[in-house]
Write a protein that binds this ligand. Structure first.
Ligand code: GLY
Ligand code: MN
Ligand code: MN
Length: 436
C-alpha cells in the first residue's frame, strides 16, 4: 500500500473531524502467550488503516491545522542493543521518511508531550473502553491541563468516539484495498483446493489444517483467524478450532479458513465428504445450502438492504427443510416463529476487510443499511444437524454444512471475490477425484 493512500485517509478523517479537534490512536499491545513469550504481533486495524505503521508501542496523533505538522507519530526509538534481539526498529527518522509523519517522538516522551498537543483543542477523537490503561492515561493528561486552567490553559471539552467516522471510511474499500483482498481470496482458494486433495479417511483434522497454514505461509500470508477444520460431529460446532480429531470415512469435513494478506482478510468455508463422495443425505443438505447461498448472493446489489441476503437464505433453507421432512409446518410460519433456527442459528454474513468481522454499521437510524458499491461482505448460510437431534432420523445426524464466499458490491450488482473455488457437490467430487 502506498504511503500516499494512508496520507489521503488521514486528510479525509481530519477534514471530517474539524480544525479544533485531535485524534489519538494507540497501537495494539503485545500479548503474552506464556510466561515471556508473545503471540505473533498484529497491528491494531484502525492504526494500520491510517498509517501502515507495523510496530507495537506506538501512538498516532492527528492534529488538524497544527503548525509543526498534523501527523505526529510516537514510537520506539532506535536502540542498537535491543535491536540485536528483535531486529531493526523504524525509529523517529523512519517514522518521518517511511511513514510520512510530520513529527515523531520517542514513545517514552508521551506523558511530557501529549498534554501540549491536547491543550487548546476542543474535541478529542478517541475510542474509550478498548484499552483501559490508555484511557486512564488520557484522562490524566486532560486533568493536568485542567489544573492549569487558571494560567490560561484550555482543556478539551468533549470526548468523541473515533469509530463512527473511521469505521464508515473503512467500510468502503479502495482499489488498493481490493487488490489485497483479491490476493487474500486467491491464496485462500488455493489453500482450500489443496486441503480437499489432502483430506482422506484416517487423517487427523490438524493434518488438513497444516496444509492450509503451509499454503498461506508459502505465499507470505497468514491465517486471518484460527482455521476451523471439523469432521463429522465437529462440523456442527460453529466455532470449532481444536482440529484434533481423526477424519472418518463417510463423514463430512467443514473447513472455514481464510488468509490475511497485508492485514486484509479472506473468509471462506467449504464442506465436503472425507472420502470424496457425498451420501444422499449429505448431498441433499449441501445442495440446499448451495441454493440458499445462490439466492442470498443474488440479493447483493446497490439499493438492496443488508438483511435482504439473510432473508433470502432463510426462506430457501426453511422451504428446503420442510421438503426434506426435517421441519414440519408452513415455511412462512416456521420463519415467523424462528423454528428454522434449530438448524440455522447464525446470520448469513458480516462485513469483511482489515478485520474478519469488519467494522461498519449494519443499521442506520434503526433501519437495515442499504448496500453501496465498495462494500465487501461474506455470504455464508449453513445447516447443522448434530447427533441426537430429537425427531430427526439418524441418517441426518452429524451433517454440518456451511458455504461461505466473499462478495464485493459493485455499481451494478456484485462480484464474488472467491468464485474460483469449487462449491457445488458435483464440482467438489470432481476436484477430489482429480490426480494429486
Ligand atoms: N470465520 C468466521 C466467520 O465465518 O464468521
Ligand atoms: Mn464469516
Ligand atoms: Mn468463516
Amino acid at each position: 500500500m502506498k504511503t500516499s493512500e494512508f496520507a489521503r485517509r488521514r486528510r479525509q478523517l481530519m477534514r471530517m473531524m474539524g480544525n479544533d479537534s485531535i485524534a489519538i490512536l494507540p497501537a495494539a499491545p503485545e500479548r503474552l502467550r506464556n510466561r515471556d513469550v508473545e503471540y505473533p504481533y498484529r497491528q491494531d486495524s484502525d492504526l494500520h488503516y491510517l498509517t501502515g505503521f507495523p510496530e507495537p508501542e506506538a501512538v498516532a496523533v492527528l492534529a488538524p491545522g497544527r503548525r509543526h505538522g498534523e501527523f505526529v507519530l510516537f514510537c520506539r526509538p532506535r536502540d542498537p542493543e535491543r535491536e540485536v534481539w528483535t531486529g531493526p526498529r523504524v525509529g523517529q527518522e523512519g517514522a518521518v521518511s517511511e511513514f510520512g509523519a510530520d513529527d515523531s517522538f520517542p514513545i517514552d516522551d508521551l506523558d511530557d508531550i501529549l498534554p501540549g498537543l491536547l491543550e487548546g483543542r476542543e474535541r478529542v477523537f478517541y475510542t474509550m473502553g478498548r484499552r483501559p490503561d490508555f484511557d486512564r492515561r488520557l484522562i490524566a493528561w486532560v486533568n493536568r491541563i485542567r489544573e492549569n486552567a487558571r494560567s490560561g490553559a484550555h482543556p478539551p471539552g468533549e470526548f468523541v468516539s473515533l469509530d463512527p467516522l473511521l469505521h464508515e471510511m473503512r467500510l468502503f474499500k479502495s482499489p488498493a484495498e481490493l487488490r489485497l483482498m483479491r490476493a487474500a481470496a486467491r491464496v485462500s482458494m488455493e489453500a482450500h483446493r489443496r486441503a480437499m486433495r489432502r483430506c482422506r479417511p484416517g487423517a487427523a483434522e490438524y493434518e488438513v489444517e497444516a496444509e492450509l497454514i503451509a499454503h498461506f505461509r508459502r505465499n507470505g500470508a497468514e491465517a486471518a483467524y484460527p482455521p476451523i477444520v471439523g469432521g463429522g460431529a465437529n462440523s456442527c460446532v460453529l466455532h470449532y478450532t481444536r482440529n484434533d480429531a481423526l477424519l472418518r470415512d463417510g463423514d463430512l469435513l467443514l473447513i472455514d479458513a481464510g488468509a490475511e494478506v497485508g492485514c486484509y482478510a479472506a473468509d471462506i468455508t467449504r464442506t465436503f465428504p472425507v472420502n470424496g463422495r457425498f451420501s444422499p443425505q449429505q448431498r441433499a443438505i449441501h445442495d440446499l445450502v448451495v441454493k440458499a447461498q445462490k439466492a442470498a448472493i443474488a440479493k447483493v446489489r446497490p439499493g438492496n438492504h443488508w438483511n435482504d441476503a439473510h432473508q433470502a437464505a432463510v426462506r430457501v433453507l426453511t422451504e428446503g427443510l420442510v421438503r426434506l421432512g426435517l421441519l414440519k409446518g408452513r415455511p412462512a410460519q416456521l420463519i415467523k416463529s424462528g423454528a428454522y433456527r434449530r438448524f440455522y442459528m447464525h446470520r448469513t454474513g458480516h462485513w469483511l476487510g482489515l478485520d474478519v468481522h469488519d467494522v461498519g454499521d449494519y443499521k442506520v437510524e434503526g433501519r437495515w443499511r442499504l448496500l453501496e458499491p465498495g462494500m465487501v461482505l461474506t455470504v455464508e448460510p449453513g445447516l447443522y444437524i448434530p447427533a441426537g437431534s430429537k425427531g430427526v432420523a439418524r441418517k441426518w445426524w452429524n451433517i454440518g454444512v456451511r458455504i461461505e464466499d466473499d462478495v464485493l458490491v459493485t455499481r451494478d450488482g456484485h462480484e464474488v471475490l472467491t468464485d474460483g473455488l469449487v462449491r457445488s457437490a458435483e464440482e467438489i467430487e470432481a476436484w477430489m477425484a482429480g490426480a494429486d
